[in-house]
Structure formats: structure tokens, C-alpha cells
Design a protein around this ligand. Structure first.
Ligand SMILES: [Ca+2]
Ligand SMILES: [Ca+2]
Length: 249
């Protein structure tokens, strides 16, 4: 076998090896000069992993400038604090439907609304909302900060409490599309700023326990555009279509 034969055989072996590795096109044409370089680049890891890999390691894993809970990737991760959002124009004052009844159907509504937000999951959401059977705070429980809005902005700081009547929110509560509510958008709450039930007749504070939708009755609502009156805003007529705040627990 002469030298020309050996060169021919080695060339065939080289092309077949490249084709088997997925790098050549298998056409028998010589692979481009930079084929080996491209293969090396394909197997080089990206600069950072996809998304924040660990939400409590103090490291910006994906190098996007946002560490742990501050990174949107960590929304709803264990230890990253609850999220609150608002949904407007959901119901007249008849949310409770049953006199003195449970408000769990309202929580189910929050769970279904949360499921519609990309990146969030339903399950464990509660409406920030109360009646004479269960006050808002009894239903929702203690909510220590940090609490985040849907844009992952801190609404209640790490040292704060959602039901602190003296404190303003650090950022407004947003809708499911991370947009602020316009002035004059209200959410039914039936709550004082500290989560307790407002004083007075239920017909004037909770649309009679959230069972009536007449213009002569009223329910306490929060001003969704406000950082101060977001929970305990003005009473609104029970025939208005207002929304709810939903909180992940
Ligand atoms: Ca990050
Ligand atoms: Ca991290």
C-alpha cells in the first residue's frame, strides 16, 4: 500500500468520525476548517445558569443583578415571602352569597386568578377580605414582610407587617400584568387597616356580610392606587363592581 492509499483511508476515517459525532453533514464533503472550533463552543457552558438556581444562597446565580428573592425566578420559592396582587371589577357586594357563610369561594377565585399569571401557580392563595364571621386578619393570618407585588417590588419591607395600621406600603399593589391601578379603582375588603372588622352595621361595612348588591348598602373597600388607604379606604355602594386583593400563603 503506497502513501496515497494511506492518505485516502485516513481521510475517510476522519469524515466518518465527524459524521458519527454529529458534527459533519455526512455528505462525504470535507468538513469546514472551523468544525472543531464550533464543536468546542457548543459544549462550552453558558456564562450563567438559566434562572436563579438557589433562592437563599446569597448568590446571584444567573448573573442578572438580582440576588435570591429579588430575582423574579424566585417568586413563590420557599422563604421568599408572599406575593399580593389585585383583580378589579370582579363582583358586586354579593361575594359571600350565604348569610354568615364562609368566604372560601373567594379564596378559590384568587387561586384561579393566580393560575392565569405566567410564572405563578395557584394553590394557597387567600383573598385579603373579611366578614363578621372571620375578620380579614383571622382569615389571612399574620403577614410579616417582605411582601412582594407582581413586579417583584417590595410592598412591605422585611421589618414590616401587612396589617400595620401606621405604615404605608413601600410600593403599590399591582394587577396581574404588573400594572398599577388607576385612581378610583377599589377592592372589597371589609377591613380596617389592622385587619379587624370595621365598627358598625354589617349593611354599612360588609354589604350585610357580602350578601347584598343594592345601592342603599355599603361595604368597606380599599383604594388600589394608594399606599395608605389600600386596605381600609372608603365605603362603596354594594351595586358597584369592585375587585379583590389576593395574597399567596
Ligand atoms: Ca439572579
Ligand atoms: Ca441565588
Amino acid at each position: 500500500m503506497n502513501r496515497a492509499h494511506w492518505v485516502g483511508i485516513l481521510s475517510v476515517v476522519w469524515v466518518v468520525t465527524l459524521a458519527a459525532s454529529g458534527c459533519g453533514d455526512g455528505s462525504g464533503e470535507p468538513a469546514p476548517q472551523d468544525a472543531g472550533q464550533d464543536m468546542a463552543q457548543d459544549t462550552t457552558p453558558d456564562m450563567g445558569p438559566q434562572g436563579e438556581q438557589a433562592c437563599s444562597n446569597g448568590v446571584d446565580d444567573d448573573e442578572d443583578g438580582l440576588v435570591d428573592c429579588a430575582d423574579m425566578d424566585c417568586r413563590q420559592a420557599d422563604g421568599c415571602g408572599p406575593i399580593i396582587f389585585g383583580v378589579d371589577e370582579l363582583s358586586q357586594g354579593t361575594i359571600g352569597t350565604t348569610p354568615g357563610g364562609s368566604l372560601h369561594s373567594v379564596d378559590a377565585l384568587c387561586n384561579s386568578k393566580a393560575n392565569e399569571i405566567p410564572g405563578l401557580r395557584g394553590g394557597g392563595w387567600v383573598a385579603v377580605f373579611g366578614n363578621e364571621v372571620e375578620t380579614t386578619k383571622e382569615r389571612v393570618g399574620e403577614v410579616e414582610g417582605p411582601v412582594y407585588n407582581t413586579a417583584n417590588e417590595v410592598v412591605v419591607g422585611a421589618d414590616g407587617n401587612l396589617f400595620d395600621p401606621e405604615a404605608s406600603l413601600e410600593a403599590t399593589i399591582l394587577d396581574r400584568d404588573q400594572q398599577a391601578f388607576s385612581s378610583g379603582t377599589y377592592m372589597w375588603t371589609g377591613s380596617n387597616a389592622d385587619g379587624t372588622l370595621p365598627q358598625g352595621d354589617a349593611a354599612d361595612t360588609t354589604c350585610s356580610g357580602w350578601t347584598v348588591s343594592d345601592s342603599g348598602s355599603e361595604g368597606v373597600a380599599g383604594d388600589a392606587s394608594s399606599v395608605d388607604n389600600w386596605l381600609a379606604g372608603p365605603s362603596r355602594a354594594c351595586n358597584e363592581m369592585l375587585g379583590l386583593y389576593c395574597l399567596s400563603r
